[in-house]
Each structure stands twice: as C-alpha cells, then as structure tokens.
Design a protein around this ligand. Sequence first.
Ligand code: 13P
Length: 271
Amino acid sequence: MASNPHFESYKKDVIKMNNAKRRTVIAGNWKMNFTPAEAVAFINEIKPMVEGKNNCDIIFCAPYVDIAPAMEAAKGSNIKIGAENVHFEEKGAYTGEVSAKMLTSMGVEYVIIGHSERRQYFAETDETVNKRTKAALAAGMKVILCLGEVKDERLNGITNEVVSMQTKLDLKDVTAEELKNVIIAYEPVWAIGTGLTATPEQADETCGVIRDTVASLYGRDAAEAMTIQYGGSMNDANAKELLDKVNVDGGLIGGASLVAAKFTAIVDAAQ
Ligand code: 13P
C-alpha cells in the first residue's frame, strides 16, 4: 500500500513529541554467555563504535561476575552496565542470591527483573517479580521489568489480558515516584531466541496496551513518560521498523547484543 505523505509526516511529529517525553533505551541482555575476559573484550570493541551516539541510553545487563570488569572497561564511555536479576531480601541466608545493596554499592544502576527465562526455568512468579521490583526501586535502582505472553496465549487471543494482568501484578504497590525508575520490556515469549519477531504492528499494539494499563494505574502523563521496550529476536535487520513505532521506545536485545556490529546497527536505528 502506498503510504500517505501527510500521515507519514504526522507520524514523525508524534514520534518526535514522544521522544521528547521519554528516553529511548537500547539494552543488551547478555544472559549466560560472556566470561569476564570476553565481556571486557566486547566492551573494548564496541566502545568506539557507539561513541557519541547519545540519542539513546546504551546498557548491557551482565552476569554478576562480569559486572565489575565490564564497568571498568566502560568507564568514561556512554555505556552503562546493569545486572540480570536481584534478590528481594536485604541480606541473609539466601545462598546464591545477590541483593540490591550489593549492586548499588558497586555503582550498578540498572537491573532486569522478571525475564521470561527466570519465570520459565527458575520458578519466578508475578509475586516474586513484584517483590524484586520493589526491593530494587527502594534501593534507588532503575528496573527493566520484563513481561509478555506465551505462544498459546497469543494464539488464543488473550495477549492483551495477559500483559495487562502482568503489568498490574508486577507493579503492585510501586509508588508513582518509584515508577519514574521503571522501564517495561515487552517480550513475547514466543519471539525470544527463536528468530521469530513480533510484527511492528503487534509490538506497537501490545506496548500500547501496556501503556494504557500503566495509565489506568498512574495516570496518562506517567504512562506517556514511561519507556517501553520491545524484546524478542530484535536485530540489525528489523530494529528500524520496530523502533519507528510510536509505542516502542527501545529494545531489549539478547543474541544480537553479543555481536558488536549488530548491536551498533540497532543503536544507529534508534538515532
Ligand atoms: P533474543 O534477542 O535472543 O531473542 O532475546 C531477547 C531477550 O530475551 C532479551 O531479554
């Protein structure tokens, strides 16, 4: 279908207005991949490639053991290093867990919470996701809260209900002030690591449903100010059309965040 030039120009204006209201955030989720030495080599490689590209925030969320060396390598650059999870208790007998205070004491600002792999393989529920979110926010961290429907839910036409419910449960008792430190990453589970991507229209629509749910809880202004990312097989080839959508304010990137050229191309698509 030929695009209408008036509509295209209107769309650009809306995107411009929204960008003024909310920050575009391109974040990598390294998952369980790089050793500390590999993380450092990656940061050293990508640092000059993204230098001066300041129209979006650039974050890599790393396994705990990679955080300190990656932060050291990223010093003085426009790259921030975050964590992939955090526990909700302040301290105590929780073998294998890491607290928000441990992260903030190292200067870590961002943390992913509620990733579908945590929900699927490590028994995370909306209740524990909510507890982790509240603990991280209380410690002054910025949270990248992940949610999204599984394939059966999309096929059965209940995606909107699912993401709306997750949004409400995961943000339960989060204050309006704390909400300013929340980014939501909409990640359809069927699109993660599968090479299947939501169409730009699906991503836009579902991010819009999440935004409307946030508006119902905190008001329209708060919802319009919130960064909502898309995640799920975002790559150098499809990033531009996803990021062009009005309700998509960034990306949470898995596989392509391990390849400097691919991740840089996504950052470029967001400029
Ligand atoms: P992929 O980009 O590998 O599909 O992973 C997405 C993701 O899970 C980001 O958190």
